[in-house]
Design a protein around this ligand. Structure first.
Ligand SMILES: Nc1ncnc2c1ncn2[C@@H]1O[C@H](COP(=O)(O)OP(=O)(O)OP(=O)(O)O)[C@@H](O)[C@H]1O
Length: 548
């Protein structure tokens, strides 16, 4: 439809251009008529033609700008939609800065090198076709000269397109590296400064920037070479056609007026042809980037089956013989575990034993596992369904560029009483001076708050979601022991929420309130017992000693 509208406006422009060419020939033919009325009519005709030519050109360009804008908008929306429908684990296989670069830099490249040129190409093609008919009408032989010349010279830009594609692909990769390098320095700004690594990072960035600039110049050179060569080839075709016309005049076959009309019409034909020579390789060059965008924009959206929708967690979650292998390494081996509704579990183990991996499995982030995962008594087919039942609070939570209130409520319905309750349970209320503070926008990732305060906001967020299971992964590590004690005891007293709490810091005064301690060692469950029983185990005692 868009192509059709562009073609239509381009046709009107081409017809106005041909009228203009005919007008030139006509005024030259009638220059020695000395007729005042005819002269006035010529002025009116001239102004009318110029006006319509301008009007159709303007409409064509304005429609094109609108179409291109809308297409780019749709591509970005679709890309982000598809990205967010990725499974968490798959998403993490690439760097965030790579996605950012795809979403920003690559879309810009496609805009510049494919979408705008495409509409331009359609317009020019329509103009070429219509002008060809006009030239054919005036002098078929000149048309044949243009046709042969065009086919001949068309091969050269075509030969360039392969090279252009390769250059554009390298340029896109280098754009991603540049974004990665810049975001590394900016995200790790404190560490870069405090470790006195500014120079090291600047040198690193300098190298990446050089590579990027080299790729940009290299692709720019080829684009320009393509541009200039197309222009030169177009001129060659035009010269050949003009020479043919002159030959016809010399042989008395056409008048000077007709020749002028033809030269003008040829301009309407040859300049768009030059554009076409330039546009085809340019459009082809963006194919690798279009493929990349296509791959990103075509992730299959999450599709919960009816059986998934009826899944719920009212009694228990059961893991049966679960094994998780990452990078050919078994991280969890043959895990069998039952988590009952409303019960509280402490998950402990050495660093690297697999606690976070288990937490991520329970939270729906890991989809690739052997074994069976049962919600109540039904098999879980799609891990993302767990987002309905589980609230995950990470050790290093991300706070959005929004207010504290928005960071806590997220997409749940707002309830003042619920908010007040979770603010107290998480001890966020301790550092909130007044209600206005909840509505103040946070700095990047909540940097205007301490690590412990950020963790408490994340706990409040987790509790506000009111899911049957809350998983805390070292979420109290940034709090002092008094605060951690308060929050942990609040969590332990939640009546309708099961809790899995991963920690390296044991509050011995609360440990007996857990229903069970799950002890993981080397990716396997070493014990899953009531605290009083496990605390009497000598091996566990020595594990605790090492920890304290
Ligand atoms: N995406 C991954 N790809 C490959 N290996 C991974 C991945 N994530 C974790 N691992 C490995 O799995 C093992 C268990 O990691 P996990 O984070 O679950 O341990 P943990 O018990 O939570 O440790 P800590 O207490 O230090 O946080 C580690 O050896 C880690 O290197």
């Amino acid at each position: 439809m868009q192509t059709l509208i562009i073609s239509l406006t381009a046709s009107l422009y081409a017809l106005a251009s041909i009228a203009s060419a005919t007008y030139y020939g006509y005024i030259v033919e009638h220059a020695d008529n000395k007729n005042q009325t005819l002269f006035l009519m010529m002025i009116v005709m001239g102004i009318t033609i110029v006006f319509f030519r301008w009007l159709f050109d303007l409409i064509n360009q304005l429609i094109m700008v609108r179409f291109v804008g809308n297409i780019i908008y749709t591509i970005r929306q679709k890309m982000l939609q598809s990205l967010t429908s990725k499974q968490v684990f798959d998403f993490k296989k690439k760097k965030v800065s790579t996605y950012t670069s795809n979403l920003l830099n690559d879309v810009e490249l496609v805009d510049r090198d494919a979408i705008e040129p495409y509409f331009d190409f359609v317009s020019q093609l329509v103009i070429v076709v219509i002008s060809s008919f006009a030239v054919l009408y005036y002098q078929p032989i000149v048309f044949v000269v243009i046709l042969i010349g065009t086919i001949g010279v068309f091969l050269i830009p075509m030969m360039m397109s392969q090279k252009l594609q390769q250059k554009q692909s390298v340029f896109s990769d280098e754009s991603a590296h540049l974004t990665e390098s810049a975001s590394d320095i900016l995200n790790g700004f404190e560490t870069v400064k405090s470790t006195q690594s500014v120079n090291k990072f600047l040198i690193g960035f300098d190298q990446v920037n050089k590579q990027y600039t080299k790729a940009k110049i290299s692709s720019g050179k080829w684009i320009m070479a393509n541009h200039v060569t197309s222009g030169m080839l177009g001129m060659l075709v035009q010269y050949a056609a003009v020479l043919a016309s002159i030959w016809f005049i010399m042989n008395g076959m056409i008048t000077v007026g007709i020749m002028l009309t033809m030269v003008q019409t040829m301009n309407t034909l040859v300049f768009p042809l030059i554009d076409i020579f330039r546009l085809i390789p340019q459009i082809k060059s963006s194919k690798p980037i279009m493929d990349k965008i296509d791959a990103l924009a075509n992730v299959t959206a999450l599709n919960l089956t009816t059986s998934d929708e009826s899944l719920d967690f009212t009694k228990q979650i059961q893991l049966k013989n679960i094994t998780i292998t990452l990078d050919n390494q078994k991280i969890l081996t043959d895990i069998s575990l039952k988590l009952e509704h409303s019960k509280k579990y402490l998950l402990v183990g050495d660093s690297g034993s697999g606690k976070s991996t288990l937490a991520q499995l329970l939270s729906g982030f890991i989809t690739d596992y052997e074994g069976r995962f049962l919600l109540d008594d039904q098999q879980l087919n799609n891990s993302e369904y767990l987002f309905n039942c589980v609230s995950y609070v990470s050790q290093t939570p991300y706070l959005f560029n929004q207010t504290i209130k928005q960071n806590i409520v997220m997409s749940q319905l707002f309830s003042e009483s619920k908010l007040t309750k979770v603010l107290k349970q998480s001890s966020v209320s301790d550092f909130i001076q007044n209600d206005q503070q909840l509505d103040d926008e946070l700095l990047q990732n909540g940097q205007n708050y301490s690590g412990g305060q950020r963790q408490r906001i994340a706990i409040a967020r987790g509790l506000y979601q009111q899911k049957p299971l809350t998983v805390l992964d070292e979420s109290l590590s940034g709090l002092n022991s008094k605060l951690a004690h308060h929050v942990e005891s609040q969590l332990l007293s939640l009546p309708n929420t099961a809790l899995v709490h991963i920690t390296h810091h044991f509050d011995m005064s609360l440990i007996n309130q857990y229903d069970s301690i799950i002890w993981i060692k080397n990716g396997q469950i070493k014990a899953n017992q009531k605290p009083e029983k496990l605390l009497s185990n000598a091996e566990f005692q020595s594990f605790l000693k090492v920890k304290s």
